[in-house]
Design a protein around this ligand. Structure first.
Ligand code: PMM
Length: 454
């Protein structure tokens, strides 16, 4: 499902809302409106991070955001707190926020990573090189995608070392934050390369200058009304393309336009799936926004193209459309290369996603037309408990094979975590992921168990 993060800037100096929502009631009403329009998360911020914006002391930031968060959480909304201050993050999570959205990725406030770890919140890590410089004097990159991927990985490692669960990390390229428009477009074009295949990538393009620069090059009569709202159509189109390119979520000011763009792209993606698998065509009228899944993504192997710069794409099993996700399945088993691992056994944790058409089951409400998740859990558990092997790769392969044997399963992405692995350094988790397609599923290369592992 695509996450649509609706922006709620509770700031008098906000570029985007002109300060209209700085009064408490109006801010809460705006939050409700964002949810009604289709926002799955409301991103509440009390300090603008836009270039040139005035710094706000954390106490004032909290005065602005905390009552809004409490009221929206009370009404059942899912909230992220947009802050670079640990103190505000801590108070916001205590008030009910479930995501800390830090555009500095924990770099601005040295206490941030420990605070997020202790709070148990999800952590959206933005790429940042300091308080954004409107003159772009810090926008020099030799390889913008590679450098930002590495910087995000470093920030994520710091967070995990401080105790943040790696599965709770979200990565954001930080468009507009010390990046030129050209660099921003390159990042979008290679979005999937910013993290591993499991990474959740958040894109905040909304109303940003890179869109303004693009629109300024159009004939005047095509540009619309001017002002930040004139960028909402371009925001919606770019956000839908970003999701198609692999984004997990998009952060936007104008939710309806993006929800509409996602619905269009979702209908398109559903039709593509129907074309590749005629029996599973969903009724076009029932395509939800969440049907939009990233286009089949080529895995990247470290080779180079003839031009010498671009990674060479390798076919991967097609893994889009409806999914059943089973996560955190705990199994005790005796795998590993050391004798003590074989003797004592240890905990393995499995996350599995099976790609299966859920349309028939959803319409008929019949269990027989879907994958019974209880049976799936038991089958995977039994496959993991089997005779000991050295590698978690082997365990993952066995479990994926079992998942593929369920009727209707077209592909499986399965991760085996070994959180108690014998590593002599502090670490959060180690895991392997395999992605496999059913033979004859029409997925990816389509011949037998095709796919890659990381
Ligand atoms: N951009 C702004 C603020 N918060 N959060 C995330 N995760 N990603 C972004 O790109 C981002 C953000 C810029 O400020 P605005 O709210 O005034 O647009």
């Amino acid at each position: 499902m695509t996450e649509v993060m609706g922006v709620l800037n509770v700031t008098p100096d906000s570029f985007s809302d002109g300060g209209r929502f700085d009064a408490l009631d109006a801010a809460i009403a705006r939050g409700h409106e964002l949810v009604a329009q289709g926002a799955t998360i409301v991103d509440v911020g009390g300090e603008s991070t836009r270039p040139g914006a005035e710094a706000v002391p954390p106490a004032e930031e909290q005065r602005r955001v905390l009552p809004v968060i409490r009221a929206l959480v009370e009404a059942g909304a899912s909230i992220s707190i947009d802050t670079i201050h640990a103190e505000t993050a801590e108070a916001a999570v205590a008030a009910g926020a479930s995501i800390v959205n830090d555009v500095s990725g924990g770099l601005h406030d040295p206490r941030m990573v420990e605070t997020v770890a202790a709070s148990g919140a999800e952590f959206a890590i933005g790429h940042w090189r300091g308080i954004p410089d409107p003159a772009h004097r810090r926008s020099g990159y030799l390889d913008v995608v590679g450098e930002i991927r590495e910087a995000l990985a470093r920030s994520a490692e710091r967070a995990v070392a401080a105790g943040v669960d790696a599965r709770r990390v979200i990565l954001d390229p930080g468009l507009g934050f010390d990046k030129t428009a050209e660099q921003g477009w390159r990042l979008l074009a290679r979005l999937r390369e910013l993290g591993g295949p499991e990474a959740r990538i958040l894109v905040g393009i909304s109303r940003k200058r890179m869109l303004g620069e693009l629109l300024d090059a159009l004939p005047e009569a095509a540009r619309g009304t001017g002002g930040p709202m004139a960028r909402d159509l371009a925001t919606a189109v770019t956000s839908a393309l970003a999701v198609r390119a692999g984004a997990w979520g998009v952060r936007v000011h104008d939710v309806p336009s993006t929800v509409q763009a996602l619905a269009v792209a979702g209908a398109w993606a559903a039709a593509e799936r129907a074309e590749s698998s005629p029996d599973s065509a969903p009724a076009p009228s029932s395509v939800p926004v969440s049907a939009l899944a990233p286009a089949p993504t080529p895995a990247l192997r470290p080779g180079r193209s003839a031009a010498g710069t671009d990674p060479v794409p390798e076919p991967m099993p097609r893994f889009d459309g409806d999914l059943i996700r089973l996560s955190g399945l705990e199994v005790r088993a005796h795998h590993g290369v050391f004798d003590f691992e074989r003797e004592r056994g240890q905990r393995f944790v499995i996350d599995a996603e099976v790609s299966v058409d859920l349309g028939a089951a959803a319409r008929s409400d019949e269990l027989a037309r879907t994958v019974h998740y209880g049976e799936l859990a038991e089958a995977i558990s039994a496959a993991v408990e089997r005779d000991p092997v050295d590698l978690i790769e082997t365990v993952a392969e066995r479990a994926a094979d079992v998942a593929l044997s369920f009727d209707g399963v077209r592909a499986v992405r399965l991760t085996v975590h070994k959180p108690e692995a014998p590593i002599d350094l502090p670490f959060g988790d180690v895991s392997v992921t395999v992605v496999r397609a059913a033979a004859g599923s029409g997925s990816g290369s389509g011949s037998g168990s095709a796919g890659g592992s990381e």
